[in-house]
Ligand binder design. Structure first.
Ligand code: TYM
Length: 327
């Protein structure tokens, strides 16, 4: 069975962008693949985190995975820091990465822009991400569009290792949805929807109440026209909302266009809010049940044990190939 690996940082509330770009596909892929879904806490600390909020967010994301439909009987759900092989292979991958490659990462450029002091962890982050993927020899990596460049680097590092030390790593493929790979902010369609945006009106959090969701969507920026038409270049705001509608309803963009032909933005936004509530309300109910059930700890322990079984073997193989003595 082909393998799938992905992860989400516990560094803020999850948004509808994370759901559409990533989690929704995690749920789908577990039907046909051996899956590893982690909460990437080692990545989160590349920027300072308050310990209590790191703990809370880590549990929240693990619970949201399950609430969204990831089945822990089928897929390993775990914390990255519980599988030590990530950090170990992360170091080895760092030694194979050039500074120039890391300097070209647009996410690093964005996150470090204007800062006086930037942690070295933020810089070498993509090498750790490569290790996350390669440590399972994952075939497929479901991510949103913003992770494409990190995936390219991962493929390059895998190829570099294979040509230096002999065939070993699977070269992974990104799995990026055609619609919804880049959900944009509700207040500015030139920026991606992000959990770190200080304006909460710019994103829908997965745990926003139905009323908050309705309010945020009704206030979302549109243009001065009234046509519901998918046109990224000229109608980026409406196109973004249509993408969300398509993902929430299962309709194609053409079907969404046809459904709302002749209607203005008001009725469209109202319907869109209901589609989002239809998806998120039951998810939130399951989330609260999971949080109060006390089941998370067991799920995370079992997930980490399963993941470590695979990851430890890979690191042993890598070290042997590189010439490390057996311990
Ligand atoms: P992170 O935590 O920023 O985001 C998690 C996932 O959500 C996707 N995403 C979006 N998709 C569509 N529209 C948006 N507005 C949007 N915002 C976020 C991201 O593309 C991502 O798939 N580096 C990764 C975490 C990571 C990882 C990995 C992923 C670490 N190791 C190994 C895959 C494999 C990150 O910061 O994602």
């Amino acid at each position: 069975m082909k393998k799938v690996l992905s992860g989400i940082q516990p560094s803020g509330q999850l948004t509808l962008g994370n759901y559409i770009g990533a989690i929704k596909n995690f749920v789908k892929l577990q039907e046909t693949h051996e899956c590893y879904f982690m909460v990437v806490d080692l990545h989160a600390v590349t920027v300072p985190q308050e310990p209590s909020s790191l703990r809370e967010q880590s549990q929240a994301i693990a619970a949201l995975y399950l609430a969204a439909g990831i089945d822990p009987q089928r897929s390993a759900v775990y914390m990255q820091s519980h599988v030590r092989a990530h950090a170990e292979l992360g170091w080895l991958m760092t030694t194979m990465t050039s500074i120039g490659e890391l300097e070209r990462m647009t996410q690093f450029k964005d996150k470090s822009a204007g800062k006086d002091s930037v942690g070295a962890g933020l810089f070498i982050y993509p090498s750790l991400m490569a290790a996350d993927i390669l440590v399972y020899n994952a075939d497929l990596v479901p991510v949103g569009d913003d992770q494409k460049q990190h995936l390219e680097l991962t493929r390059d590092l895998a190829g570099r290792f294979n040509s230096r030390y002999g065939d070993f790593f699977t070269i992974p493929q990104p799995y990026i949805p055609e619609v919804g790979a880049r959900i944009m902010s509700l207040d500015d369609a030139s920026k991606k929807m992000s959990k770190s945006n200080p304006n909460p009106g710019s994103f829908i959090a997965l745990l926003d109440s139905p009323d908050v969701i309705r309010k945020k969507i009704s206030r979302a920026t549109t243009d001065s026209g009234r046509e519901i038409r998918f046109d990224q270049a000229n109608k980026p705001e409406v196109s973004n909302l249509m993408g969300i509608y398509a993902q929430m309803s299962g309709l194609s963009l053409a079907e969404v266009e046809a459904k709302f032909e002749g209607q203005g933005y008001g009725p469209f936004k109202k319907e869109l809010a209901e589609r989002v509530v239809d998806v998120l309300e039951p998810l939130q109910q399951r989330y609260h049940e999971i949080r109060s059930s006390g089941m998370l700890e067991d799920v995370l322990r079992e997930g980490a044990a399963k993941a470590a079984g695979v990851a430890d073997r890979t690191v042993e193989g890598v070290k042997e190939k590189m010439g490390f003595l057996k311990g």
